[in-house]
Design a protein around this ligand. Structure first.
Ligand code: SF4
Length: 64
């Protein structure tokens, strides 16, 4: 699994960090960031939920 966050699209709603705090955080501007070493999701089942929760579909999850 590879997680991508489109920062251009992110509006800083924070739903991803709230939903999957083990994988997502927010940078100083409030924009979503994947935590270091968690680009593969770390096996966290909440990643998909976080992607769904994003109001602007800024998170994509690539299989493999
Ligand atoms: S939920 Fe979407 S818009 Fe909100 S911080 Fe996360 S990526 Fe950005």
């Amino acid at each position: 699994m590879v997680i991508h966050v489109e920062k251009d699209r992110c509006v800083g709603a924070g739903m991803c960090a709230l939903t999957a705090p083990g994988v997502f955080t927010q940078d100083d501007d409030g924009l979503s960031e994947v935590l270091p070493g968690r680009q593969d999701g770390g096996g966290d089942p909440l990643v998909r939920e976080a992607a769904r929760a994003c109001p602007v579909q800024a998170i994509s999850v690539e299989e493999g």
